[in-house]
Design a protein around this ligand. Structure first.
Ligand code: GAP
Length: 427
């Protein structure tokens, strides 16, 4: 693993962003748990996505569909047949790889002294099976959703009839998806359980509308990542080749991130045409009573992948400082409050009351261990944008120092203005 990836994996474990799933029992490949800082970062990513895709728009509504759906959904959507990856097996050690991941195959070949030969590629279905019901023998086989998307399609008519949406409009959703990935890897990048954030945007069934909205959503999504601090040089679009497009897509482009393990898919923008609504025999009745099947432009991003790329992009080493320069809106804790000295009762008392006051408004950390320098370093590593220190001057003039994570500079601010100061920075 690349050095930067190793540093990120270690930091995630040390500071409580991401832990290996079921770790005390040897783990479970392709699963990861969020720790106390990780859950905050993840929630903040989802909150910002919802704010931009649902709350601030009039033409998008949200849903939250079930993870387990009637098996027919997956028959009709084509996933039972076509949601596959090409699998090859090493004839020496029986390790399995995706046939299209040439680099991983080449790396594997290097681990054998002898020349490696491979089985012919065969299609491996990625849907994860489960058993549903209470009576043994009568339990029905179901699938955990391989994409959250189908929940939006099967509820299309419910959404149209229960809201005032009119085409063009979108259905947004965030939730877990599951795939039996052949080779999970690159930390959380390719997992078997992960979270997606998706928009299915329904448009009139013609190329002009579809192309217009495809371009629109491409730009929106790209600027969302850049607006939350991802360095623009680390972002690019990449058109899908005909051979790699998913079975439902007429046309697709990815937003990619320049990860230490190479340019990698961040989010997919897909022109799904009428594939899904037709498959589920769903229609729309237009303004003039005409019945037709709308086309769909989809934006499909990964919450866990976003988390990994936001962490990688914000990670920097400055001398002895390791800093996560996360956008303040994403930072797990916004503020940390310290008494300058932990053994001075009046400083601790004043700092505690400032902490108690800020806490309901912002995620606020308390630290009175070690010296101030060490506390700053600890907060830099957690990505906390501002540290408030209560010192002797505070007791005289009701001001505190506020230290900025990125510049390491401090300024004095009146205690009564603190809340507004942070509020302004966060809007
Ligand atoms: N509904 C369309 C769809 O699911 P996709 O390109 O297969 O399209 C969309 O997945 C996004 O979901 C990806 O861009 C990625 O961010 C995330 N994703 C997909 N597979 C993943 C995996 N195994 N682990 C983590 N994230 C994954």
């Amino acid at each position: 693993m690349d050095e930067k990836m190793q540093q990120i994996v270690a930091l995630c474990k040390r500071r409580g962003f991401i832990f290996p799933g079921s770790e005390i029992y040897g783990g479970l490949t392709g699963t990861w748990d969020c720790g106390p800082l990780g859950v905050e970062l993840k929630n903040n990513i989802k909150k910002q996505w919802w704010l931009s895709m649902v709350q601030s728009r009039e033409d998008v509504v949200g849903i939250d569909a079930s993870i387990v759906m009637n098996k027919t959904v997956w028959e009709k959507s084509g996933h039972l047949k076509a949601f596959t990856d090409p699998l090859v097996e090493c004839k020496i050690c029986h390790s399995r790889f995706r046939a299209d991941k040439k680099e991983e195959i080449e790396n594997h070949e290097k681990t054998h002294k002898d020349k490696v030969s491979w089985t012919e590629p065969k299609n491996f279905n990625l849907l994860v099976k489960a058993l549903f019901g209470v009576l043994e023998g009568e339990q029905s086989e179901v699938y955990l959703r391989g994409e959250i998307t189908q929940g939006a399609f099967v509820n299309f008519e419910n959404v149209v009839s229960s809201t005032r949406v009119k085409i063009p409009f979108g259905i947004a959703q965030i939730g877990k998806a599951f795939r039996n990935e052949i080779t999970p890897g690159n930390f959380t990048y390719r997992s078997r359980e992960f979270e997606q954030m998706e928009l299915e945007f329904f448009v009139e069934n013609n190329d002009k509308e579809a192309d217009k909205w495809f371009d629109y959503w491409k730009e929106q999504r790209m600027s969302w990542y850049a607006g939350l601090g991802i360095n623009k040089d680390n972002l690019r679009f990449r058109k899908h080749e005909d051979s790699e497009r998913a079975h439902y897509a007429k046309y697709a482009e990815d937003i990619e991130y320049n990860a230490p393990f190479g340019w990698s898919e961040f989010e997919g923008i897909h022109h799904r045409g009428d594939y899904d609504l037709k498959a589920h025999a769903l229609n729309y009745v237009g303004e003039n009573g005409e019945k037709y099947t709308p086309w769909v432009i989809e934006t499909s991003g990964g919450v866990d992948r976003s988390m990994l790329f936001f962490l990688l992009d914000s990670f920097s080493k400055e001398g002895e400082r390791t800093v996560l320069k996360l956008h303040p809106k994403l930072a797990p804790y916004k503020v940390a409050v310290f008494p300058l000295l932990a053994n001075k009762e009046d400083l601790v008392k004043r700092a505690r009351s400032i902490f108690e006051n800020l806490k309901p408004q912002f995620m606020t950390a308390w630290d009175d261990r070690g010296n101030i320098g060490k506390r700053y370093l600890a907060q830099d590593e957690a990505g906390t944008p501002w540290c408030v220190t209560v010192d002797f001057q505070t007791l005289e003039d009701e001001t505190v120092t506020v230290r900025d994570r990125d510049t390491a500079k401090q300024k004095r601010i009146k205690v009564e203005e603190l809340s507004q100061y942070f509020q302004n920075k966060l809007t």
